[in-house]
Design a protein around this ligand. Sequence first.
Ligand SMILES: [Zn+2]
Length: 287
Amino acid sequence: MARSDRLRWVAAGSPFRLMTPARDLRDTLRRHGYTVYDIGNQSHLEHDPPEDHTPYSATGYPGKAKYGIGYAVDVMPPPSGARSKVDGQPLPSLQQLGAQLLADRNGGVGGISWLKYMNWEPQRDNGGTCYQESWRPLYVRRTSTDRGHIHMSGLTGFESSTTGAGYDPVSRIRGEDDMDKAERDALFEVRDNLRRWFGGMKDTATGAALSPTIWRIRDEQEFQPKVLAALSTLTGKDFTDEDAIIKGVLGGLGTKPAADVAQALVAAGQNPSDLAAELAKLAKTPS
Ligand SMILES: [Zn+2]
């Protein structure tokens, strides 16, 4: 029965796409450095009944699974000592990751609301208890024998949902909410662009043209407030007479070219002990 399902699917050209929120989570976890699988191997594809790693699942819930759509991913344990390729911090274990997914699903976090069930081991990989946490529709915990990875299956009805866009359980484990991340990303972009500009590069990290003209245009709405914010975070640091200097600089910013402010910030970033001198120089420079 299941073998004929696979042969019919191959004859149809092997149509396959992962349901959108599972794909978003798969891509987010892969960016961090996890190995994540989606479509099953031949034994999965010929299993009877065909389940969520196949594009013709017979275990859809609450509706019938759509032909050609995959509903499941497997996250494999990271090698010991592995670090995130996104933030450089240690990759969370499957135990940490599973605990976050479970807490988020039970906490009503929208980004993981598509989860039908997950199989995982809360204590260690391939040891201790193994559970299936299931929401069909009410939360129930059962024991499971599906060890060695985190298996996640999605609900029908979410095939093209964008609810998982931006959901990142790793950054949530780090204790960052979305706003922290947005602010950090914005600051990182400003710093990176400044570094590129002063380094004589022509493009931003995303390939957009980087030029003083663009910076002057951007300054009208975006750049100067960010510079002001960056400067204000320096207040209270242990620089000689920093209070007066920073106040003086902030007071004079309205008439300073953004490029001068940026130059001072970059110089300060390269050698923080020169901050006071750089800011003092800026404060004295006629605009
Ligand atoms: Zn699986």
